[in-house]
Design a binder for this molecule. Structure first.
Ligand SMILES: C[S@@+](CC[C@H](N)C(=O)[O-])C[C@H]1O[C@@H](n2cnc3c(N)ncnc32)[C@H](O)[C@@H]1O
Length: 205
């Protein structure tokens, strides 16, 4: 992966994802999580302060060792146990039907085979389990979409494979999830091409 991907990118992503303005969104997406939770693309643990007390344990799936190390302070202060037990959302080392809920924030943009990752999330979720998602993706407006298509190759090259043009709702429904709650909006403080967010919950049948 090289020095940039291993050392620089996780620090850039941690800084970009760790804004104050994202905190109310993280609080919202974590609301209602309970029981055994798997978080894919854990990054540097910016959701940790927002896990509700009803969560019994979080299993973190994260390929970046640097990202995991950057989570140390948040992990020490965590109110619920968190363990890193997977490196790749596309292939989860967990048994079928083993989690009550899953969490993904700003990650479905990056995973190369996102359909495989969502199939894996469905496999490890118990029937009726819920995926809580906060993701940026394809904008609702054609004018913004044009910019997203232009800038997509840049994101893929310098933002660790990040796509701006993925339709989160289409990905979830194609994977067999049923959308339960959905809010689509432009994130305050973010450029529209990278801040067309979808926040909600989706149920695995
Ligand atoms: C933009 S960051 C978001 C991190 C964190 N979810 C947050 O909200 O702050 C995207 C994360 O996805 C991770 N990632 C990339 N490829 C992945 C994969 N195949 N499986 C799981 N996570 C992956 C990256 O290492 C990075 O931590």
């Amino acid at each position: 992966m090289g020095f940039y991907g291993e050392q620089v990118l996780p620090r850039l992503l941690s800084a970009a994802c760790g804004t104050k303005s994202a905190e109310p969104l993280r609080r919202r997406v974590c609301g209602g999580l309970a029981g055994e939770v798997v978080e894919i693309g854990f990054g540097s643990g910016h959701n940790v302060p927002f896990y509700p007390a009803a969560v019994t344990r979080v299993t973190a799936v994260e390929p970046s060792d640097v990202g995991w190390k950057l989570a140390a302070t948040r992990l020490r202060a965590a109110a619920v146990p968190v363990q890193r037990a997977g490196l790749d959302g596309q292939s989860l080392p967990f048994a079928d039907d083993s989690y009550d809920a899953a969490l993904s924030t700003f990650t479905l943009c990056t995973i190369p085979d996102v359909a495989a990752a969502l199939a894996e999330v469905r496999r490890v979720l118990k029937p009726g389990g819920t995926l809580h998602f906060l993701e940026h993706g394809l904008a609702p407006d054609e004018r913004v979409r044009r910019w997203q298509r232009r800038l997509d190759p840049v994101g893929q090259r310098i933002v660790g494979g990040c796509h701006f043009t993925r339709s989160i709702v289409d990905l979830l429904t194609t994977a067999g999830f049923t959308i339960q709650e959905l809010d689509v909006f432009y994130e305050k403080g973010a450029p529209k091409f990278a801040g067309a967010d979808s926040l909600g919950t989706a149920i695995s049948p």
